[in-house]
Write a protein that binds this ligand. Structure first.
Ligand SMILES: [Zn+2]
Length: 571
């Protein structure tokens, strides 16, 4: 752990603009700095850094926080590592505890051992030459392919003779204890070896493909201190720059597919290491691009894997397109059979996940029959009703109705009937009329004033209620209770934190604070009175139906009183 005092020292000394600038180009604009957001892809800059407030915020995707949050997100590290990186940049040495230091040394030791093991496999590549030729791999060296000899102790002998420790070989899973006997044997035997590297190109594990019909076909390193299967992607080290440039990652199932596609000149290609796609892999991709084209195998297992990957990617807010392989079971076969141009075409022709799903579901039915068309329409409308973007939904309703051969209006009706249930529920939550933009502006300005000016907080507490802050009520409550920097820290990754950063970074100067404060307070008071008057009007019409002259008279009086105040406020 880092002592609190050191964290504070880092906070004081680390200038957020220079730290951010070491990753992203930002330009001074007004009192803030502006650039293209590194966390989502955009063409017009909405990424704002405030030197004065030591914070960053993206108005496009909502990412934001302080210098630690930035480095953690950028480098995909934990707090401790981020603090170290920042410390390095500004020349503050971070004394690691003995435990951390030992842990890091141990890890570095394992990285070196994995590297040595990789070199051993590479030295023996001749054993896999026949297979490599057969698969048409042109440059095995680039991928550092290797071969594990058909021996029980070849790698252990090699590494132990170079001073490696048995326990470290065990830790990396390069050897396995013999069952019912003393000693160990090599895990990878008679296999083509694909080294697995992390995104910094360090070897962390291995994936071995059987060259004779041995089971399993693919054997991976077990998880270790430096390798967690679900945290890594095959070829990311080589592909990451191309992924950034092309603004998407092409994800395929197999390692051989990756190599074959990469050699065909499509360099932004990666694979999920034979496991089901994991949320951590989705996050890892998102560091380089927010779009993925999936080109999984064209068999039922591939389709199922595509669906699962879609859910996980969607969860991580990654956009998904799906490439359809024509006349081939996997990308490698397609490239070999129809040429790389055909494959590149199919990647270009990839369609959004929703369209792909619609085509697949509708494709199951024999649309010459009326009943089949009806069933296809039901299934399609269930899929379409999930789409929240109304414009997209209406586009896909058109497409699906054409595919099925029914009218778009008919299908739209079907989609709406599936949707209305949810809409009915959500409308219940909205109890009062939507406030005008003027009111929302006033709420935001008051929050900003409270953060920048203690006196404002005092006056606002006197003159307004928390309810006056409408959608910002929770936020106002927190600011009423504690200082702004504490609030910001506590809200870091929440929706409220996002709103607070947006308010704090708004460019508009608050020149005559005194005047703005009074104006905004008045606006919110006026709004509250307006709402009360509206409630009274509704009550009038109810009591008029029921009679009750006395009630009407007292309401009338109250209404006129409110109207008086309202007019004075709105002057
Ligand atoms: Zn962004």
């Amino acid at each position: 752990m880092i002592p609190e005092s050191l964290i504070n020292e880092l906070k004081e000394k680390a200038d957020i603009v220079s730290i951010v600038s070491s990753y992203v180009a930002v330009k001074k604009k007004g009192k803030n700095y502006l650039g293209l957001c590194p966390f989502h892809s955009e063409k017009t800059p909405s990424f704002v850094v405030s030197q004065e407030k030591s914070m960053f915020h993206c108005f496009g995707c909502g990412a934001g926080g302080n210098v630690f949050t930035f480095v953690m997100k950028m480098e995909n590290t934990d707090f401790l590592q981020a603090a170290e990186i920042i410390g390095d940049k500004i020349g503050v040495h971070i004394e690691r505890s003995a435990y951390d230091e030992k842990n890091r040394e141990q890890k570095n030791h394992l990285y070196a051992l994995a590297e040595a093991a990789c070199e051993f496999f590479e030295l023996n590549i001749d054993g896999a030459n026949e297979y490599i030729k057969k698969r048409g791999i042109a440059d095995p060296k680039l991928f550092r392919l290797g071969f594990a000899p058909n021996s029980w102790d070849a790698i252990s002998k090699y590494l132990l003779s170079r001073g490696a420790k048995l326990e470290d070989l065990l830790k990396l899973g390069l050897i396995i204890p013999r069952p019912n006997a003393q000693g160990y044997y090599d895990r990878f035997r008679d296999r083509l070896i694909f080294p697995i590297t992390d995104h910094r190109n360090r070897v962390v594990g291995f994936s071995g493909r059987a060259l004779n019909n041995e089971e399993p076909k693919y054997l991976n390193s077990p998880d270790s201190e430096i390798f967690v299967k679900g945290d890594n992607l095959y070829n990311l080290g080589l592909a990451k720059d191309a992924i950034k440039q092309q603004k998407f990652a092409l994800v395929v199932e197999g390692n051989v597919d990756v190599i074959s596609i990469y050699e065909a000149g499509i360099k932004n290609v990666i694979a999920p290491l034979g496991t089901a796609f994991t949320p951590r892999q989705a996050k890892l991709i998102k560091r380089f691009s927010d779009m993925v084209v999936l080109a999984f195998d064209a068999d039922p297992a591939g389709v199922a894997a595509t669906e699962r990957a879609q859910e996980i990617l969607k969860e991580a807010d990654v956009r998904i397109r799906i490439a359809q392989l024509k006349d081939a079971k996997d990308p490698d076969e397609m490239i070999k059979r129809s040429g790389k141009e055909a494959f590149i075409e199919s990647v270009k022709a990839s369609c959004p996940a929703l369209e792909f799903k619609l085509r697949r579901v509708i494709g199951r039915f024999n649309l010459n029959e009326a009943e089949a068309r009806a069933r296809a329409a039901h299934e399609a409308s269930a899929i379409l009703s999930d789409e929240k973007d109304k414009i997209l939904q209406s586009e896909y309703i058109k497409l699906a109705s054409q595919l099925i051969g029914i009218s778009a209006e008919l299908l739209e009706g079907e989609v709406k009937s599936k949707y209305s249930f949810y809409r009915a529920r959500s409308s219940l939550r909205r109890t009062t009329a939507k406030p005008s933009s003027k009111v929302i502006e006033a709420q935001k300005k008051l929050i900003r004033l409270m953060i920048e000016w203690d006196e404002a907080t005092v006056r606002i507490k006197d003159e307004l209620q928390l309810e006056n802050f409408g959608r910002y009520e929770e936020l106002a409550k927190k600011i009423f209770e504690s200082p702004a920097n504490v609030v910001l820290e506590n809200l870091a990754n929440t929706d409220e934190g996002k709103i607070l950063r947006e308010i704090m970074l708004s460019e508009e100067p608050l020149e005559d604070r005194e005047l703005i404060l009074s104006d905004c307070i008045n606006s919110l008071k006026a709004e509250a009175i307006k709402n009360k008057m509206e409630a009274l009007r509704n009550a009038f019409s109810d009591s008029e139906k029921k009679g009750g002259a006395e009630a009407i008279a007292s309401m009338n009086k109250e209404y006129l009183g409110l109207n008086e105040i309202f007019r004075s406020l709105a002057r």
